[in-house]
Design a protein around this ligand. Structure first.
Ligand SMILES: [Zn+2]
Ligand SMILES: [Zn+2]
Length: 228
């Protein structure tokens, strides 16, 4: 019953995730990185089990790299065009604001010129901050290293809603791999500290949804990830 979609978007194949409360239809997107037209069209088709439309309240960003933020402005503007109350809040950790604002420059480095300047950040994410979307409960885990403002989002288990305990790990932890730290503001030692102290302490059964590639679990990565 809990609505949960993943759309793999853009040339960097970023996992854009939708999570919606099945009771209210209130929803959030994690990392709307590219293909805004497709994301908005898919959102328009979704309904809760009781027939409510999905209303996106937040665009949450695991970090400020172009492949995770590239569609935020057009998605926010398209939803706002359907009614001002539908304009989702753009949320990011302050540590990546400079990267976020430099979206067009990031695009130029990859020869991509289609990005517009991003909208201002509406909400600065803080470590251990709690977020509520309808009846969905999330919290923010600041995991610097891949970038200074990289965060993961914990979605807390709720058996009545059919929600499993999940971590959205951005580009910090992947199935069988970890994030690169050779990009602007990257710090390998800090990233491994974040993974050890803030990610691997979670329950082994926690489902992990990375910013690229397939899902995994904390316990599987502890046992099998060659980088850990
Ligand atoms: Zn990244
Ligand atoms: Zn990425």
């Amino acid at each position: 019953m809990f609505l949960d979609r993943t759309w793999v978007v853009g040339p960097f194949q970023c996992n854009c995730r939708l999570l919606a409360c099945p009771k209210t239809g209130y929803a959030l997107l994690v990392d709307p990185g590219d293909e805004p037209g497709r994301i908005v069209a898919e959102l328009g088709k979704l309904r809760t089990p009781t027939g409510l439309p999905v209303q996106v309240k937040y665009l949450l960003h695991t970090h400020g790299h172009l492949d995770h933020i590239g569609a935020s402005r057009p998605v926010a503007e398209s939803l706002a065009a359907e009614g001002a109350a539908n304009r989702p809040k753009i949320a990011l950790h302050r540590g990546d604001e400079e990267l976020y604002r430099a979206l067009r420059m990031q695009g130029q480095l990859f020869g991509l010129s289609h990005y517009a300047d991003p909208l201002p950040v509406d909400h600065y994410l803080e470590h251990e901050e709690a977020l509520r979307i309808g009846e969905l409960r999330l919290s923010v885990v600041h995991t610097p290293g891949h970038s200074p403002g990289s965060v993961c989002f914990r979605l807390h288990e709720d058996s009545t809603l059919g929600v499993p305990e999940t971590l959205f790990s951005g580009d910090t932890l992947f199935q069988g791999s970890v994030g690169r730290t050779d990009l602007w503001g990257g710090d390998q030692e800090q990233m491994f500290r974040s993974i050890r102290d803030r990610i691997l302490v979670l329950d082994d059964e926690t489902r992990v949804c990375p910013g690229h590639g397939p899902e995994t679990r904390i316990g599987i990565e502890k046992r099998e990830n060659p980088f850990l």
